[in-house]
Each structure stands twice: as structure tokens, then as C-alpha cells.
Ligand binder design. Sequence first.
Ligand code: ZN
Ligand code: ZN
Length: 320
Amino acid sequence: MGGMLAMQLHAVGRPLVAAEVPRPEAGEGQLALRVEACGVCRTDLHLLDGEVEVPRLPRTLGHQIVGRTVDGRRVGVPWLAWTCGTCRYCASGRENLCVNARFTGRDVDGGFAEHAVADERFCFSIPEDLPAAQAAPLLCAGLIGHRAHRMAGDARRLGIYGFGSAGHILCQIATWEGQEVFAFTRPGDAAGQAFARDTGAAWAGGSVGAPPEPRDAAIVFAPDGALVRAALRAVAPGGTVVCGGIHMSDVPGFPYAELWEERSIRSVANLTREDARQFFALAPRVPVRTRVTEYELSAVNRALDDLRHGRFEGSAVIVP
Ligand SMILES: [Zn+2]
Ligand SMILES: [Zn+2]
């Protein structure tokens, strides 16, 4: 079948390695894809750093794939690669919590490569009118942001802590739905705050700054547990704080009074195909426009480093 370039995790804590590997062949029920674009996600940093375990190495990371099938269709491949369909979570509409789930770019090879294969049942159709690089961030940042947004419930004022790939997509949807968005960035990140205002946020400032007024709900995308408490202190009675990341530093202790009055804290994990169906119906109506910085496949380590240090606004995307 020939070979291809894949950027693989060989050892935790080390940069991804450029490897010449056999082109993957599609098995039963799988699609063979030529990768057109693959988004970079903070989860990739957690995998790289060993904060989220990769069961077997080497592994090709990348779980926001826009690919072209052999018969010319364009599809998107998300983080959720496979579920068992029979466990109690799968049987109750919560396949995101499937006890046997496999995830793209963790349990199966992902899209930091020239080609990939994916289970067709977990692929979504991607419209041709959206450039591949702009569509890629929708496949994790968009989908998980949407799930977090639904978990936040009805809120007139919504706080977003960490205004990156997921934040800038969600802000567009929230403002389109009539919510007032308060965006919290790293303190002193004037460019990030300006980007948030350009994207529709009513207010943007540093995450340790004084909140302008109580929010009805907040979503924490930044992997800093201290922000969970900051968000909790800034939500009104009855408000929910949703943690949108797969890994976070420890959440500091806090007095019960800060949780009192029916405030709640919850996390979101992964996505269901139903989330994707809803999100891909909604996104074109807004319409969601992603801000992307493109990198060549061989430059994925630079993209990851730029993400770690906040060197771009919006999303980073690998374009092989
Ligand atoms: Zn992700
Ligand atoms: Zn299951």
C-alpha cells in the first residue's frame, strides 16, 4: 500500500517523532481517508505530558480530522472513535461514558499523518463550502464546547474561562443565542482579550480580575483548577460551573458557603454522536467561523509548543 509520514508519540514528555509508516488499510466498517486537515487540541498536550495516559506506544495523535474518502466524500473524525453499544452507558444514551470506548489519537491512530482510517459510524459529513482547516477545530473544540454549553443550562450571562479554540467557537454560538459572554483570559493577555471582544464577548479581562457582575453559568476550558473556584465565586445562586477539559490541576478547597444556594460544579466528558448531530445542525446557522493558524505536518511539535505558550488566537490546525 506504500508508506506515509506520521507524527507519533514514542515516549511521554518527548516531542512527537516523524515516522515513515505503512499507510493504514481500512478494515470492516472503516473508511480510508486522506487527511486534509487535523486540529491540534489541548488534550494532545495532556497526552504528550502523560497527564492523560496513552495505553500503547507508539501512537499517532490528532483527533480532529477532516479527511477525504476514496470515493470523494469529505468526512470529519472526532475524539470518540468507537463504543461498545452494549454497556449501561451506551444503552442509556450516554455513549460518551462507554466503559469500553476507544478514542482517536489515543487508543487508535489519529490524524497527525497523511492518511488515517476511521469507523464510518463515528464519522460525520463535512460540507464542501467550509475549508478543511476551518472545519477541523469543530470536531473537538466545537463538539465538546457544545456539550459543555448545554450542561451550563439556561443562562443570560455566561462566563468563559480560557478563550482558546473551544472558547472562540462557543462565544459565537452563545452570543447568537442571545447570551452575554464574559471572557476570562490569562492576566495581561491584551491580544486574547481583544480577540474575545472581536468574537462577540460583552466583556473580556484577566481571569484573576474582579468580575463585573455575577454570571448565571460559567464554563472553564483552561486546565487550571484554581479557575474552578474563581468561576464558582462569580456565579449567581442556582448557577452551574462546567469544567470542559479532560485534565486540570487540582481544584483548591473552598468554604461550603461558595457552593451554597444551589450552585453546582460538573465536568463534561467526551461527546456523543447526538451532540455532533445537534452541533453540525447549529454551526452553519450562526454561522461559526474559526480563526485558525495552519502548520505543516512536520511542524506539529511547533504547533503544540505554540499552543502551550498561547502564541496564537483561536485554533491550530495541521495541514499535511
Ligand atoms: Zn480535543
Ligand atoms: Zn459502551
